[in-house]
Design a protein around this ligand. Sequence first.
Ligand code: PGA
Ligand code: ZN
Length: 418
Amino acid sequence: MTKIIKVVARQVFDSRGNPTVEAEVFLSNKIKASAIVPSGASTGAFEAYELRDGNINYFLGKSVLTAVKNINTIINKNLKNIDSGKQKKIDQILLDLDGTENKKKLGANALLAVSLAVSKAEAISKKKELYQHLGKKFLLPKPLMNIINGGAHADNNLRIQEFMIRPDSAKNFMDAVEKCFLVIQNLKKIFQSKNLSTNVGDEGGFAPLINSNEEALDLVVQAIEKSKLKPGVDISICLDVAANELINKDGEYSLNSADFISVDESITYYKNLVSKYPIKSIEDPFAEDDWNAWSSLTKEIGKNVQIVGDDLFATNVKRLKKGIKEKSANSILIKVNQIGTLTETLNVIKLAKKNNFSTIISHRSGDTEDTFIADLAVATQSTQIKTGSLARSERVAKYNRLLRIEEQLGKSSKIARI
Ligand code: PGA
Ligand code: ZN
């Protein structure tokens, strides 16, 4: 049996330059491993608590020294001599030490860094790749590559936060990357020809000064065609509306302009978009508490379109159960830091799969060089991964990890069919 000798934490930085938590776990067989926690911008109200110090005179209040201290003291003390192979037990100790519903006491960022680092250390200890440690059957996910950023992720006027492409006809992961690469390069040329900026936003997608969703969609379709790929067959379009950011106090949404429209009008708007463009997936079409609106939309278009709950479910079993009962969606976005431990994340994925919800493993807009989610996607046989554009090292790191896994799996490697 391998035991945990100590857990050490430190403050490091994410892709937006904001402080975040890294934990390093040391085992009795001299193995060590570390994990870094990502951080969102359009965070939902039901996410586990990200503990920041709030001292405006130090890193503008964003430092995470309390979470780091919590790991170095109370967590370190309580995990000493625990069998590192007992992930469930370790995660339960973390939950008990915290004792709050949303991990407010020690910070979900403290809990998650330790939980993930334990599993990485145990994998190395068993001489396994992380995905082999996390699962038994493997599947490469299709990437949902972000190509245009709007909303809270960019400084333009686009209301929809993310325009993504999914290479549906890709035969393997390298093929998936190549198809996305072509569309991205052609989109860049189109932007250049229109004197639109090709600077990239937080998740590596372009962030040009475009004003309407339709204009963005038209340009993406043009880029797909210019790549000699068939829209809706080879490449489909996926959206993350992040509608939490677009709702007013009367429950209306500003989906395409500064004007607000009702839920019924929003549903009509989505139906039109889906009939006009090769859109196969819509994430967070409504706000995180607008359950009825979600059910109505899923009833209307859920047969042909993936309706993805991100802020709605917050990677939380209780919220997913409600969503299953109310048929609010047919897919769930999985973000490890929305819930705060590996065991809870795996439980949500299990529940989703049992109920025929697709699972999309996701990064955060503030992410790091940590590639844990690539292995998680493969090990949970999730059909999709959302980890930004083919740009910015913190995004590409996940794609590169998936390519290495594909190479390791060799002939037995398979990519999800959607
Ligand atoms: P976030 O964005 O990490 O800023 O929350 C990602 C998403 O909304 O899916
Ligand atoms: Zn989202």
